[in-house]
Design a protein around this ligand. Structure first.
Ligand SMILES: [Zn+2]
Length: 112
């Protein structure tokens, strides 16, 4: 069972609505409901709200983890690009081994 997928919006909304309906039953001024049924209604309502919230929260956290991983990899790529720029190269004009964007010896630009 994949737990990291986005919960279906309709399912989440349905759970919240039914959860709130149970809370509504729990506080209804209907004399037919005794304390026991009101307690059950509160538990069922809370269970439905938790059932709606937990997968949604899990999905949000997973999304955040993926976002952070992408950012981390982007930084890694930037570091590699920087390292590549700093690597010594052989100037095709004067033959010297040099660093940077232009040859330190003859001023020729680095060939890509
Ligand atoms: Zn050179």
């Amino acid at each position: 069972m994949s737990t990291n997928r986005k919960p279906k919006t309709a399912a989440t909304v349905a759970k919240v609505i039914f959860g709130l309906l149970f809370f509504d039953i729990a506080i209804a001024p209907d004399p037919e409901f005794d304390a026991g049924s009101r307690g059950v209604a509160i538990i069922l309502g809370a269970a439905l709200l938790i059932w709606a919230y937990v997968p949604y929260r899990r999905w949000k956290m997973h999304k955040q983890e993926v976002r952070e991983e992408i950012e981390r990899q982007d930084r890694e790529i930037d570091d590699l690009k920087e390292a590549l720029k700093k690597r010594p190269w052989k100037c095709s004009r004067c033959g010297a081994t040099t660093r940077g964007e232009i040859c330190e010896y003859c001023g020729s630009p680095r060939e890509k």
